[in-house]
Design a protein around this ligand. Structure first.
Ligand SMILES: [Fe+2]
Length: 310
């Protein structure tokens, strides 16, 4: 690593206060709930699963909601919901032992009966922890609707503190880091569920990402978006890190939404390496510090500098 690179924790302790298993939902606040909700419902074809007060809930299918959109100061990353391994009682005990503040809440969101609500390091973003959501009652469809919520990327001032929080407290595992400024962390077989880019000048959401079933599914979605004059800001391309095929476009508030497919998977936790793919650079391909070269960001073509600006 270059001199001056912060020492980043890359190990996950055997026991952590929280053991996250899945990203369940994200919260968007906006002055125009109708416009953002319409983007998710009509452009991205998520299903509206509820409305409560000034909040609209939409889902990719199974869970009650994948996104909650509510009235407020525009913020693309106003809250996060994670499923956990183990029980809420055990998690509460470990958080207390670690001296981490949290609240126990009943029915904090529709579809979630019992939860722990705590604050993310640095941002203070509320994090809701729960076992599982109730069903949305929405059937799966064969259409352009994304298969699932995939990951959420944010700007952080202190990347080392981000590693400490997500690896040391939340039980995530390290997946990759570009240079000394962009880290990718996972909580299940997917290459990343949380990613963080260091920045002193930018804050909040970098992008939120939904997974498409395959490249043809993504293509159908791009035609669907194109017909609505929603144009890509970057992609299609293939990232080096995570090796997912990606596109990015803005919602009406300018929050970037990634649509991706073919992300690296870790099937064997013992080796911790990614399932081999023809587009990998190494066999086996495993977690590493990447040189910040163009192919780390896009193996196919150009880099939109906005997405690397920090
Ligand atoms: Fe992404």
């Amino acid at each position: 690593m270059e001199s001056g690179t912060p020492q980043l924790r890359t190990d996950t302790p055997e026991t952590t206060p929280v053991d996250v298993s899945k990203l369940g939902f994200h919260v968007v606040t906006t002055q125009d709930v109708g416009a953002i909700a319409a983007h998710y419902e009509e452009a991205l074809q998520l299903a509206r699963s509820g409305e409560e007060g000034d909040t609209v809930y939409l889902t990719t299918a199974g869970d009650h909601h994948s996104v909650a959109i509510r009235k407020g100061e525009p913020h693309g990353r106003a809250g996060l919901g994670f499923e956990i391994h183990g029980t809420l009682d055990e998690t509460a005990e470990r958080l207390t032992a670690a001296g981490i503040d949290f609240e126990r809440r009943s029915d904090p969101e529709p579809g979630i009966g019992d939860a722990i609500v705590m604050s993310e390091f640095e941002s203070g973003t509320p994090i809701t922890l729960y076992k599982n959501q109730g069903s949305s009652g929405v059937g799966s469809v064969v259409g352009v609707r994304p298969a699932k919520l995939g990951h959420i990327a944010s700007f952080v001032e202190d990347l080392a503190a981000g590693h400490e929080f997500y690896l040391g407290v939340m039980g995530f595992r390290w997946a990759d880091t570009i240079g000394d400024f962009f880290s990718f962390l996972r909580c299940n077989a997917d290459h990343h569920v949380v990613n963080m880019m260091t920045s002193k000048k930018r804050h909040g959401l970098h992008h939120v990402a939904y997974e498409m079933r395959d490249f043809m599914h993504l293509k159908e979605m791009l035609d669907h978006l194109g017909a609505r004059d929603i144009r890509m800001a970057w992609g299609p391309g293939r990232h080096g890190v995570g090796h997912n095929i990606f596109t990015y476009h803005p919602d009406p508030d300018g929050n970037f939404i990634e649509l991706f497919t073919e992300i690296d998977m870790i099937a064997d936790e013992e080796t911790g390496t990614f399932e081999p793919r023809p587009w990998h650079e190494e066999w086996p391909q495993g977690p590493k510090f990447w040189t910040p070269e163009p192919a780390a960001a896009n193996k196919w073509g150009w880099i939109n500098p906005d997405f690397m600006d920090h």
